[in-house]
Design a protein. Sequence first.
Length: 510
Amino acid sequence: MEQQERILNVLTYLKRIVSVVPDKTAFTDGVQSLTFRELDDRVRRIGTYLHKNAVYKRPVVVFMRKSPAEVSAFFGIVCGGCFYVPVDEEMPHDRIQLILENVRAPLIICDADTAALAERFDAMGGQVVQYDALLQTQPDDAALAEIECRAIDTDPIYIVFTSGSTGVPKGVAACHRSVIDYIEQLSAVLGFDRDTVFGNQAPLYFDACLKELYPTLKFGATTYLIPKTLFAQPVPLVEYLNEHRINTICWVVSALTMVSAFGTFDVVRPKHLRTVAFGSEVFPTKQFNLWREAAPDASFTNLYGPTEGTGMCCYYHADRSFAEGEPIPIGQPFRNREILLLKEDGSSAQPGEEGEICIRGTAVTLGYYNDPQRTAQAFVQNPQNTAYPELIYKTGDIARYNERGELVFVSRRDYQIKHMGHRIELGEIEAAANRTPGVRMAACIYDAEKRKLVLFYVGEAADRALHAALKERLPRYMTPNKLVRLPALPQTANGKLDRVRLQKIWKESK
């Protein structure tokens, strides 16, 4: 078989596939659909618009509703030699303004739904332009070919913003090389192909959507952008998967547990799933086993990785059931990246010892945009290499190797607390609660002022019964001082557990 030339630009995927399946649906949200031919046409028009307006190698903000049009705006910006910065109307006003101040983009692309909202912000000198106006530009393929010829694979593709401990979000910049490497390795591990039908859950301003956007281009697959409202309606959500014959989902754990924890599988089960990938949080074993039972023909893979590591960097094929409370490993790194498990002195953690996960390799992103101080704190010289410059990314995640040599996530460094003279992992308390009958989901916080462990939970379990069960499973100093039942655990816009909101709920209840 003739070996293809190494890909240096992510849009090479689109250039190759558009001639193979031009009329196949690439992206759809049930209202709007784009075939690969239509997608390619829009991408070239947007890229040409940037060229004609002398916007080159600059950030371009995309302030649009989640839709196939927004996806085409991303790719069009890359086609024009720039990098996209997704912003969503559901973000807090102050967060959006901080992002605009950080990137100072010359252009902000909006749509008919977001145009009025976009005008309320200080665009920091940037021009606000409607998406439909970009499409009036006739493609200049010669100019676009010249832009592609001048590009290199370390040019950035996007900036996505993550939460910062100071309250100021951090813009993670990723380049062509790291995204291409990630898509190649992820596709091999999860077995994507032209018959893959993705059901997208992640917001498009969250790097988790990489798992669907770029493999769709690589293989000529199809991605359904599932309406957000369905993720509060578990039965209609599974019916949606069945109706559209969706066979691949890469969802955050909270989206999966929302389905399994409320008896959905007693009403309807997914019929076509062959690949279920999950990550971003620890999957409660009880809920994982319910999913395996409901979709026995599907493969399940635990993915781990921070935004600063370009998507995911570790995987574990979870091809067996797990005992209650047994953690699902995060397994092993993808090819072309290495996980260093480092103790505080920079030495390697030994089997059974805990250490901080540090990432080495092409997956390491470019750093935080316009933020050299915080970049220098997290992207550091490899302490085990004194011979030449080599940056690694310190994740702040604590892990250990189990007896099988598999990497197991323990907790965030932020979730390690000192209570009654003991170091405590809040995740251990949550795991004990999650395996208690009548508990669907649980989350623990620490009130440092009152020196109290507070456990929030969803389920039918009575406080007294849950407290008794936890006393049997945990040392006395780890037993929660307060139990709070909620109808649902709060989530961030990314679909992760919102621990900041839990702290506020507790503070307001005192």
